[in-house]
Design a protein around this ligand. Structure first.
Ligand code: CUA
Length: 479
């Protein structure tokens, strides 16, 4: 379609060994036809003609039919008899009609003119065409417009269908935080843009495949397109503008998501294989569930005790990695919950064997309920068993040790205390107080048969002797 776009010269390759033939032909082109001709090459054999045709775009090949040094058969087989890839004219001087061409007295150019009109019909022209040509040219132009109108209409239809269709599918969970608003807005905008671009590409591709498919018996070659500056500038500029626009909107949304509130509730979030711990420094609370008051910004200080984890509550939209390495690697995340309800924080970074189970409840409550919860948490139970249950929860013991006999990463606590334990080295040991204390303080000392040696050593370092005693008291009740 774009062949010769912006070009008005006929590119000609002449094959002859006679200089007179070549030059005579040239002046004829100019004087009698008013055609601007660019001689792409003058060759004296078939091989060099092929070379030129491979590297250059050629509209017309003129062969000196009487030249015995040229292998006419090659030209005929390749260009006329075979695939008919190039337009070719054979000019004979021994033939009385064609001889006149060389003679210049008359113009037996019907053959050439016929070809030239055909070329004008589809190529871009600037030389004055005859009336018949102009009409045909307008017809092809309006045909082309028709294709664009139909394809454009299909693009709009598909875009609308995609957007309506996606409206039926719940792509995102409920938006439960103030930070979700700008993110969802951006998501919707991106989705519209993507639906349109998808339609644009797919419709034009399928339309071309169906409407411009090769018909039965059509052996002609497609037009050879070589460069199109307008098109290339257009398809570079438009995506550039789109990308710059999106990055502007993205930066604006990010600023909104990270907008600080000086009165934010501070919570330290500690990730470890494979549990979460939430500490409220203002109240001295340590919890294994994240409780947040509604409509109040919480600032989370995230850190990890071992490997990289990721804090992700889909309903809040925002997400942040937790990095090991201490103070300087602490990351922050701001969340302003807007909907009372129960959610779940999931670890979104592959972090080991129980990564898939690394989740904790996130509970958004009214300010009044939050105050009640704080009061409950700050009072310490007097019963050591209850304290032990509390420590086991807070320190994440129960994410690896079950209380009901089921096998997790570590041995179950049900019936553990006082039982006989088989170790990996084949020996047995009684699970008494000393064994439990050692297993908490120095988890690698005795490995239970059938379990990997993966319990983190830092769990025990965080636990005081009194708290371990509470945990043992709790264990003793699990029979
Ligand atoms: Cu922690 Cu995955």
């Amino acid at each position: 379609m774009f062949r010769n776009f912006g070009r008005s010269t006929v590119r000609v390759l002449i094959a002859s060994n006679h200089a007179l033939f070549r030059h005579g032909l040239m002046s004829l082109f100019k004087k009698k036809l008013g055609v601007k001709v660019e001689i792409v090459g003058e060759v004296t054999n078939f091989e060099s003609a092929s070379e030129v045709l491979e590297t250059q775009e050629v509209d017309l090949v003129i062969v000196d039919y009487d030249d015995d040094q040229l292998n006419r058969e090659d030209f005929l087989t390749r260009f006329v008899g075979g695939g008919g890839q190039k337009r070719i004219i054979l000019v004979s001087l021994s033939n009385p009609e064609s001889a006149m061409l060389y003679d210049r007295r008359e113009l037996p150019l019907a053959q050439f003119e016929a070809w030239f009109e055909g070329w004008q019909e589809t190529g871009e022209r600037t030389s004055p065409p005859s009336k018949g040509v102009a009409r045909r040219k307008n017809q092809t132009r309006s045909n082309r417009m028709k294709h664009f109108v139909v394809a454009g209409f299909l693009v709009i239809v598909l875009t609308v269908l995609l957007i309506l269709g996606a409206g039926q599918v719940r792509l995102l969970p409920v938006a439960a935080s103030a930070q979700a608003q700008p993110i969802d807005q951006l998501f919707r905008l991106m989705f519209f843009a993507i639906a349109f671009l998808f339609s644009l590409i797919v419709v034009f591709m399928l339309y071309s495949i169906v409407v411009f498919r090769r018909r039965e018996g059509d052996e002609s070659d497609a037009r050879h397109i070589e460069g199109n500056t307008t098109l290339e500038v257009t398809w570079t500029t438009i995506p550039l503008i789109i990308v710059l626009g999106l990055s502007f909107l993205g930066a604006r949304s990010l600023a909104e998501v990270e907008r600080p509130d000086p009165k934010a509730l501070e919570v330290d979030v500690i990730g470890m294989q494979w549990t979460w711990r939430f500490e409220y420094p203002r109240y001295g609370i340590v919890s294994n569930e994240l409780v947040l008051p509604v409509n109040k910004q919480a600032i989370l200080y995230l850190s990890s005790q071992d490997v990289i984890h990721s804090f992700w509550v889909p309903e809040f939209r925002v997400k942040q990695d937790l990095l090991p390495g201490g103070e300087e690697f602490v990351r922050t995340l701001r969340i302003t919950p807007t909907e009372i309800g129960s959610y779940k924080v999931r670890c979104a970074e592959l972090c080991g064997i129980r990564h898939a189970y690394m989740e904790s409840p996130v509970i958004v409550v009214s300010q009044a309920d939050f105050d009640v919860w704080v009061a409950q948490q700050t009072g310490e139970p007097t019963d050591p068993v209850e304290r032990g249950r509390k420590w086991s929860n807070q320190y994440g013991c129960l994410s690896c040790h079950s209380l009901d006999g089921s096998k997790l990463v570590g041995p179950t606590w049900l019936g553990l205390f006082g039982s006989q334990v088989r170790l990996a080295d084949g020996s047995t040991v009684i699970a008494d107080e000393a064994y439990i204390i050692e297993s908490i303080r120095n988890p690698g000392a005795k490995i239970v048969e059938g379990y990997p040696n993966i319990m983190p050593a830092n769990v025990g370092q965080d636990l005081s002797d009194e708290r371990i005693q509470d945990i043992i008291a709790f264990m003793k009740t699990l029979r």
